[in-house]
Design a protein around this ligand. Structure first.
Ligand code: SF4
Length: 380
């Protein structure tokens, strides 16, 4: 039994460069190595060739350029990577091809060129529509720039656009959040990713009490507002932090939550191989090692974790419960050869009243996502 061997893999490309480091961010991205950008696509295609030589032969169903700031790559560089993937191992005819874009890092002409190169979904890093807040967050754009980026993307031909927002920011009020939501909705995008802010250890703000998120009670109130307003506006709250119009869920990210295979390329990228009970690997977040290894013809990727059956079941549940669809009983049996409620009868008893079961699916109702970590710990 394997982790869904019939599923087509996704391809993730990590672009670890930013113009400036935001003080709340702990992602692997470098503002001091931008001189490496012009040749970075060549390293990505070289790493892809090495994976293909090692046996990655399934066409990709989704592609996601994430970062960092993928829009620092030129449209030509993106096109080169897509052409390489299309040549081998291939892209499915209806592949979803997403790119994260930060307003202020891309021109209208680049967006048109990206569209011609095959990109068909944009995820625009707006974060807030409040200029003072954007300055505090260290972002390079203002609200007008964010609105302009969505407008330019539409004109360039993108009909699948997502906006990233943040909530629970230091001292944020419910009114500020409501204003942000109103601005976001007025742009009529197909998708919204709205992340609860937290103070990260590895960020420049670490250790600053004045940069703490809002308290738990306000956080819960904000989460409720997000759910209710977006539900009324026709968005489905399909994952803890993600909302989509019907049929516009991010297929690439659904692949992660369904524990489907994914190839990660680039310094700091993660991947998942479906052989056996599954194997997670990554390319260490070190641009110099990444470049040096590839120049020597070696793949810098390394194993992170190999799963046994029980570990695979636990991870499957942990990921699936992030989504509104939750756990499909039939799929669980076909993957693992045992019923979900048989293997996990004890945690299910402890979570009685918290989990719901409907039409052959077990899931956490959205309000339970507020305490997701505490609840899923029962399955780990
Ligand atoms: S938040 Fe985004 S733009 Fe800011 S430093 Fe992190 S990856 Fe770069």
């Amino acid at each position: 039994m394997s982790p869904d061997p019939t599923a087509r893999p996704g391809l993730y490309l990590h672009i670890p460069f930013c113009r400036r480091k935001c003080p709340y961010c702990d992602f692997y991205s470098r503002a001091d190595r931008v001189e490496l950008i012009p040749d970075y696509h060549l390293l990505l295609t070289r790493q892809l060739e090495l994976f293909v030589a090692e046996g990655w032969d399934q066409p990709f169903e989704t592609v996601f350029f994430g970062g960092g700031t993928p829009s620092l790559l030129s449209a030509k560089q993106v096109a080169t990577v897509l052409e390489a993937a299309a040549a081998e191992p291939g892209l499915t005819a209806d592949a979803e091809i997403s790119l994260e874009v930060n307003p202020g890092t891309i021109e209208a002409s680049d967006l048109s060129e990206l569209c011609r190169a095959g990109a068909n979904r944009l995820s625009i890093g707006v974060q807030s529509f409040d200029d003072a807040r954007l300055r505090q967050l260290g972002r390079l754009h203002d609200a007008a720039g964010a609105i302009g980026a969505v407008d330019q993307a539409r004109r360039a031909g993108f009909n699948n656009i997502s906006i990233d927002l943040m909530f629970a920011l230091p001292n944020q009020t419910v009114e500020e959040l409501e204003a942000d939501l109103g601005s976001a909705l007025s742009l009529e995008t197909e998708h919204l990713s709205i992340y609860g802010y937290s103070l990260e250890e590895g960020s420049a703000w670490a250790g600053r009490p004045d940069r703490a998120p809002v308290d738990e009670e306000i956080y819960a109130r904000m989460y409720e507002i997000l759910h209710e307003r977006l539900d009324q506006a026709g968005f489905r709250h399909y994952e803890i932090s993600n909302f989509a119009r019907p049929g516009r869920e991010c297929r690439h990210n659904l692949g992660y939550w369904r524990r489907r295979p994914s190839l990660g390329l680039g310094a700091g990228a993660h991947g998942f191989q479906a052989s056996g009970w599954g194997r997670r690997f990554w390319t260490p977040p070190d641009l110099d090692r990444f470049a040096t290894a590839l120049e020597r013809g070696e793949n810098p990727a390394a194993d992170l974790e190999c799963f046994d059956r029980e570990g695979a079941m636990r991870e499957y549940v942990y990921l699936a419960l992030r989504t509104a669809d939750g756990i499909d009983e039939d799929e669980f049996v076909s993957r693992f050869g045992i019923a979900f409620d048989e293997f996990f009868s004890e945690p299910l008893q402890k979570l009685s009243g918290r989990m719901e079961r409907e039409a052959g699916r077990w899931y956490l109702p959205w309000k339970s996502w507020l305490v997701y970590d505490r609840l899923v710990a029962q399955f780990l």
